[in-house]
Ligand binder design. Structure first.
Ligand SMILES: Nc1ncnc2c1ncn2[C@@H]1O[C@H](COP(=O)(O)OP(=O)(O)OP(=O)(O)O)[C@@H](O)[C@H]1O
Ligand SMILES: [Mg+2]
Length: 646
């Protein structure tokens, strides 16, 4: 290591050390009371602290102009919580439900006496979500009794007889009592003078087991409630009587997680007896202490997760009713919006060692399409590709009109959609293996399709699923990709594609408007007055199958649509009106289709063709995000698979 970088590292170490030194409170209960008097939020409940911590990052209502808003309109009140927005995609509904739970719990509603359970298929993000929620606490601090293993709330020192008066002065409700350990100390060391009890401020830390505890699933043999509530220290049993608090080791999850969070990983993998402690922890906010001591107050958020099979098994046992009644279940389905699913893989790749691999355009889209289609139920109303597009908020054009299928009808028809199918992990594994299988440093839609096929063949056990998945990849997705590819290559042959499209669009609008209003119009270039150009309009319209009597309707629809947009002051781009965009693109593309085919396919090119070809490759690289290699790969694929009939 160079001297220079050693100095830099040293500098970092010092900086961090100084930062840590930021004074935390340490004083007596009396000093603490002054803090609480000034700021009663110092004594907030675990649920409230967690809720406010997450909320402090910001929250937004869905902007009504956000295309995704309309898809959320029915049902829950969905908001965007900043704290989650760069980590989780397409999960706003789940996050909003979790936040509603915390909000009611923070207000001491029944939710504050419930276990939050996230239930959903593998790889839907349950663990990641809980992990992120726990992290929110790690930036917070809390006040507690010093050297109390339970890190109890200092206000619990106030004797019952004085609570009413204290509550009045402080404006806080005091609920709960100090732990047996703290009580022993109060009586023995402090002579009962609770105003002198030392109070300190601490940060939450999962690693240091301060205020955040995790209970992993345990096999039946090693399940021991000591994991939850601590033990008696056997070596001290000789020294002290059996109800003496000095023999207690309060290091269980409910001791550690008091004031913060207790997480149960895969909760129903545990034996039910093991979970009985949850009953009192939620309803009475008290947990048993090991041995013969009194129950101990507990104030914490209990989070848990499980998959659907475990949930169903647990639910079917009627002896589990008592626990069931204390659980608030939130379903965590897979994402069904294509654009959101793509973002998941972008995030994961960016955090992996693969981030320097070139990923050719549409690669992650192809993988995500497969994931979502595998999760979707078939519809009576449309094919699965159309459904995917509608779920993603894309316009589906049919006979010159945006296809009108109500997304809510589709959702209603598909009961429990998103609770099964291909997981994010399956897709990531396929991406990983596509990368490691290739000797190159890039992957393409073709290599991901191959990898998905291999994974499906190897990993999917159910024959029915296997057949269905292979059909999705080999038929639906492959065809869709070829059509994307054909368009992309053709586009790359057109110089200044966007400008050309915009010019055509403007010109069509001028013509259609005059036609509809029965006026002449002024040519944008020559300033001459002339009649609308019927032939030009038709050549655009026929691209999307508008002929004969339907022309008038289409032209006046377009004109009306544009007027209404203009009135609202919106910018009018050629992409504004779905059907017209489709017509214009297809007009432009059909004008180069032949040349695209000939130039791409032919092995020997004349000078003119060679020039066109290299310009096209240039555009693929400069404007569409390919590299030299990946452009070559998709062009080869195109010449072998596209334009079959030629
Ligand atoms: N909607 C999403 N947004 C962002 N990341 C996601 C999303 N869904 C899944 N992931 C990512 O997928 C990975 C797997 O998720 P996670 O381990 O949380 O799943 P899980 O629901 O706990 O599954 P299991 O039941 O198998 O434990 C994580 O890295 C997570 O970040
Ligand atoms: Mg998990």
């Amino acid at each position: 290591m160079s001297k220079d970088s050693t100095a830099k590292l040293l500098n970092l170490i010092e900086k961090q050390r100084n930062k840590k030194k930021k004074e935390k409170f340490s004083g007596t209960f009396l000093d603490y009371l002054q803090i609480v008097q000034k700021d009663s939020t110092a004594a907030k409940s675990a649920h409230k602290r967690l809720y406010e911590s997450i909320l402090s990052h910001g929250v937004e209502k869905f902007d009504e102009s956000d295309a995704r808003y309309s898809r959320f309109k029915s049902g829950t009140n969905v908001k965007k919580y900043e704290y989650f927005s760069n980590e989780f995609f397409g999960m706003e509904r789940v996050v909003s439900k979790v936040m509603n739970f915390l909000k009611s719990a923070a207000a001491k509603g029944e939710e504050s006496r419930q276990v939050l359970l996230l239930m959903g298929p593998v790889g839907a993000g349950k663990s990641a979500l809980v992990e992120h929620i726990k992290t929110a606490l790690e930036s917070e601090t809390f006040y507690h009794l010093k050297d109390d293993p339970q890190r109890g709330d200092p206000l619990h020192l106030v004797p019952r007889s004085l609570r009413k008066d204290f509550e009045k002065i402080l404006g806080i409700e005091i609920e709960g009592d100090i732990s047996p350990v703290a009580r022993y100390r109060l009586l023995e060391d402090l002579d009962g003078k609770y105003e002198n009890y030392p109070v300190i401020e601490s940060t939450f830390s999962q690693r240091a087991r301060r205020g955040i505890a995790v209970v992993p699933p345990m096999d039946a043999n090693s399940q021991d409630t000591s994991v939850l509530i601590g033990t008696e220290d056997i070596s001290k049993l000789d020294l002290y009587p059996e109800d003496d608090p000095r023999i207690l080791s309060l290091n269980g999850a409910f001791n550690v997680g008091n004031r913060g969070i207790v997480e149960f990983v895969e909760i129903f993998k545990n034996e039910i007896e093991f979970l009985h402690i949850i009953l009192t922890a939620t309803q009475e906010k008290r947990i048993p202490s090991p041995g013969k001591n009194a129950m101990i107050h507990f104030d914490g958020v209990i989070l848990s997760h499980c998959n659907e099979a475990e949930w169903n098994r647990f639910k079917s046992e009627h002896t589990n009713e008592a626990i069931l009644d204390r659980i608030l279940k939130i379903e965590v389905p897979y994402v069904l919006e294509l654009d959101q699913e793509i973002k998941i893989y972008e995030k994961m790749i960016n955090r992996s060692d693969f981030k320097n691999i070139h990923i050719a355009p549409h690669t992650l889209k192809i993988a995500s399409m497969f994931a979502i289609m595998s999760r979707m139920k078939e519809s009576q109303k449309c094919d699965i590709l159309t459904k995917l597009k509608i779920y993603n908020g894309d316009d589906v054009i049919e006979k010159g009109r945006v296809k009108k299928i109500d997304i809510n009808d589709l959702k209603e028809e598909a009961y429990r959609e998103g609770m099964s199918g291909i997981s994010t992990r399956f897709i990531m594994k396929s991406i990983d293996s596509a990368i490691s299988d290739s000797d190159t440093n890039y992957i393409t839609p073709m290599s991901i399709m191959d990898s998905l096929i291999t994974q499906v063949k190897e990993q999917i056990i159910s024959e029915d699923d296997k057949t269905r998945y292979l059909e999705i990849i080999q038929k639906i997705i492959r065809d869709e990709y070829l059509s994307i590819l054909e368009t992309e290559i053709a586009k790359a042959f057109i110089t200044a594609y966007e400008e050309q499209a915009q010019t055509l669009f403007d010109s069509y609008l001028d013509n259609a408007e005059c036609y509809t209003t029965n006026e002449k119009f002024e040519d944008r270039v020559t300033k001459e007055e002339r009649d609308p150009d019927e032939q030009f309009m038709r050549s655009i319209e026929e691209q999307i199958g508008i002929t004969g009597s339907s022309r008038d309707g289409f032209r006046s629809d377009v004109t009306a649509y544009m007027f209404s947009k203009m009135r609202r002051g919106d910018v009018i781009k050629y992409t504004s009106y779905g059907p017209l965009k489709e017509a214009i693109e297809s007009y432009l593309i059909s004008s180069v289709k032949d040349i695209a085919r000939i130039v791409t396919k032919s092995k020997t090119r004349d000078d003119e063709q060679r020039k066109k070809h290299s310009e096209m490759v240039e555009t693929l690289i400069e404007s569409y995000g390919y590299t030299e290699d990946s452009a070559q790969a998709i062009l080869t694929y195109a010449s072998n698979n596209l334009w079959r009939d030629s």
